[in-house]
Ligand binder design. Structure first.
Ligand code: ADP
Length: 423
């Protein structure tokens, strides 16, 4: 037992209000955070990894300083939730009450347009949307079931990656394909990273003291996955990801947009089937496929600076495609007030931001070189010269937004939900 850590955690975490447990559950891992939605104060965070195997491991970070690792042989999502609650109890959180649990759920289809209190109907609906996110929705449900098993009466809230984009108009979300692909198979653009796009667009409006009404911006979430969204009057009107998170921008290992004709072309030439080709587009492509030095933008930028031609090209393709997408998204806005960079690359890579701003001067954007160099992940702020169109770095915090939605939805009381199939 990590007694010393628990006691240092107690010191670090004292005197907090109501807490929300935020879970981002994968099939064999679960990231968690315990935070105070009002203040954003974080008490604890961490990850359970290799769940369901003899090597299952729990890593816990108490803020601000203490950390602990614990083996959980054979441990599941449920074991992680139980241990996190044990740690909370051991830390003697006087005055702190667990308000609820908030879950990242990847796919809400067309049914979920906002965050919602979890009940049996919501669970059934998320499960029945699994064909749209076969790797993610069942894993997200494993987190929900784990909390139910440990604390059956704790209110739970589902926060969907897709919900923010449900305001897109049909001309932005429909593909030009046979009608029944949409009506019978749900083939349309859904968009992802909605929690991050919503969080940073709200932050940007508040940083610039602009009410969401009338404010028009493009948010570029650039992490391992990358997407950009046009936000008008506080709602998403277009985005770069589509039916799956493969569409759109060049990413760490994902291709983004390609000619769909390449699937049959390569199937004919290589004998690979659709699943194998789609896997290659997801995991062997993007910066990794182009550069040959890896998927991490830091490695690519360093190699490019060192004269590696493939890395230089990878950086140029990334920046060109991103700039083109941002300019394209302005069509849905008809005027750009601000461009927001976020995610690991957006918050940290002054080089990428500078290259993008250099290509978008015609939109009225001009880099403030010093500010761009200064604004890292911790600070955020304006990185363009003052003018009618601004560029900002806004650190994202999806866990905080999930915690806030959880508190808000619980406070608002229960809402009934019935899927079209169930009603
Ligand atoms: P995820 O999408 O998995 O949440 P992040 O948003 O943390 O990931 O983004 C991860 C990516 O951020 C890394 O793969 C790396 O390319 C990029 N990154 C992090 N720090 C830097 C940096 N200082 N310069 C350039 N890129 C960075």
């Amino acid at each position: 037992m990590p007694a010393t850590t628990a006691s240092s955690g107690r010191a670090a975490a004292g005197g907090s209000g109501d807490l929300v447990l935020v879970l981002n559950s994968g099939s064999s891992s679960v990231k968690f955070a315990l935070l105070v939605p009002g203040s954003g104060e974080r008490l604890m965070g961490g990850i359970g990894e290799r769940l369901g195997t003899p090597e299952a491991l729990l890593r816990v970070q108490w803020f601000p300083a203490a950390a602990v690792e614990e083996r959980l042989p054979g441990g599941t999502h449920q074991a992680v939730v139980a241990r996190v609650l044990d740690y909370l109890a051991e830390a003697g959180q006087a005055g702190a009450r667990l308000l609820g649990a908030g879950h990242r759920v990847v796919h809400g289809g067309e049914w979920f347009t906002s965050s919602i209190r979890v009940d049996d109907a919501v669970i059934a609906a998320v499960r029945s949307l699994s064909h749209l996110a076969p790797l993610h929705n069942p894993a997200n449900l494993a987190g929900i079931e784990a909390v139910r098993a440990v604390l059956p009466d704790l209110p739970q809230v589902a926060v969907f990656d897709t919900a923010f984009h449900q305001t897109m108009p049909p001309h932005a979300f429909r593909y030009a394909v046979p009608e029944e692909w949409y009506t019978e198979h749900g083939v349309r653009r859904y968009g992802f990273h909605g929690t991050s796009h919503r969080f940073v667009s709200e932050q940007a409006a508040s940083m610039l003291a602009r009410p969401p009404g009338g404010f028009r911006l493009v948010t570029a979430h650039l992490g391992n996955g990358c997407s950009a969204t046009a936000v008008r009057d506080g709602v998403s009107v277009d985005t770069t990801m589509g039916l799956t998170p493969l569409e759109g921008l060049v990413m760490g290992t994902r291709s983004g947009d390609v000619d769909p004709g390449l699937l049959s072309y390569l199937a004919g030439r290589t004998g690979l089937n659709a699943d194998e080709l789609t896997r290659a587009l997801n995991v062997d492509s993007g910066l990794e496929g182009l550069s040959g030095v890896g998927h991490d933008m830091r490695t690519v930028v360093a190699a490019a600076a060192g004269g590696n031609e493939r890395a230089r090209l990878a950086l140029e393709v990334f920046v060109h495609r991103l700039s083109k997408a941002i300019a394209g998204l302005v069509v849905g806005l008809q005027r750009l007030d601000a461009l927001v960079f976020t995610g690991g690359i957006g918050e940290n890579s002054a080089v990428v931001r500078s290259l993008v701003l250099g290509r978008l001067g015609f939109l009225g954007l001009a880099e403030d070189v010093r500010a761009n160099a200064d604004h890292g992940r911790r600070t955020g702020g304006r990185i363009s010269v003052a003018g009618p169109v601004l560029a900002l770095v806004v650190p994202t915090d999806e866990e905080l937004l999930i915690a806030r939605d959880t508190a808000r939805v619980i406070a608002a009381g229960r809402r009934s939900f019935a899927t079209p199939m169930m009603s």
